[in-house]
Design a protein around this ligand. Sequence first.
Ligand code: UD1
Length: 417
Amino acid sequence: MQKLEVFGGNKLKGQIKISGSKNASLPILAATLLSNNRIILKNLPKVGDIETMLTLLQSLGSKIKINKEQIIIDNTKQQKNFASYNLVKTMRAGILVLGPLLAKFGFAKVSLPGGCAIGTRPVDIHLKAISKLGVKYKIHQGYVIANAPKGLKGNNIHFSKISVGATENLIIAASLAEGTTILSNCAIEPEIKDLVNFLNKIGCKIKWKSKRTIKIIGVSKLKEISYSVMFDRIEAGTYLIAAAVTEGNLKIQNIIPKIIKTEIDILKKIGSKIIVKKNEVQIIGNKKIKSMKIKTAPYPGFPTDLQAQIMVLLCRANKSSIIQENIFENRFMHVAELNRMGAKILTNGNKALVKGNINFAPAELMATDLRASVSLILAALTSKGKSVINRIYHLDRGYENIEKKLKKVGAKIRRVN
Ligand code: UD1
């Protein structure tokens, strides 16, 4: 099994180009199933979760051609409507094929994604909402078996809780439903706006009516298009924090700074100097890091996907900080590993008390999930000596060329077998 060796102590300096967004690419790839045409997608990141989604699409009958700069998805042949456990178990976003398959065929059998390290991650909100479009479903042997005998019918649907995935599944399904659908209490993550932009470009009729309400008029014909996916705001946030924690100086490029305003404002408060340009943010880390109280929240709040990374930075602050995790019930697994490196973090329910003034010590470490893995790299980058990070397949699910990008800005990091 591959590991990463990190020799810490260097300040990161230079430029990093941010890749396409994994979390925007996944629903857009699922949404291509609506089409009977060819769709060209650009700027997809080369990461494990995207490979899994492409394999899932192929298993459903899509023909996929991968070129250097673009991926061509050809759905001109009849598709299947069975998404197997083997493909959905490794990636929760597999459930996103339920909406488009039901919209296109009126029947789908899709494996339940199952639990994952950061929480139980149920799909009840997806299922409850989709049933309001005229879908009957049952759960049988770990599969959702769903059908809409009369086709999908538009409806007014209010989400009881904000869910990124459920909002995406419903937007996609309602795009081909008969009549009008109004979705309220929607998630408004930038990746959802990217999905809506993509769907409107292929011919769907989707409009934002107010901050969390979307109106969708079902259509029956879609166009052949080419679409470039937005940048990965979590990758951008991770490298901003990498610069802050190593007291480095990085230019984060190929981004739209206003999308990550919350993160920029917090890093400024923590003490980093930040210069915002049109498609770039430069960050200059400060020796003095101020303590903070941070709560994760749906967009535009602070993202749960950056909680582990910001925790590493707050371990270096001048005083104690508090982090409150409001999205997932079990997203502090990185705490035990960070404490093994000398951190003093105490958790109580969804709160973590993060003691400051920590100098991380190198250690042999175990990655537990995607964002936890990257937080261990950040801590290792500050500690003088060699750290070894095991189980890095988590990292490869979501970060494109991470060692290459970090090496280019001065990190000593290498992959070993
Ligand atoms: C997406 C992101 C993930 C991010 C998360 C929150 C992708 C591929 N993944 O995940 O990186 O951390 O948003 O920003 O885009 N919930 C239910 N029932 C449901 C659905 C969700 O109880 O049917 C709960 C979840 O357990 C969680 C919360 O709602 O506690 C939010 O989850 P959700 O927004 O749905 O996250 P994902 O779409 O899975």
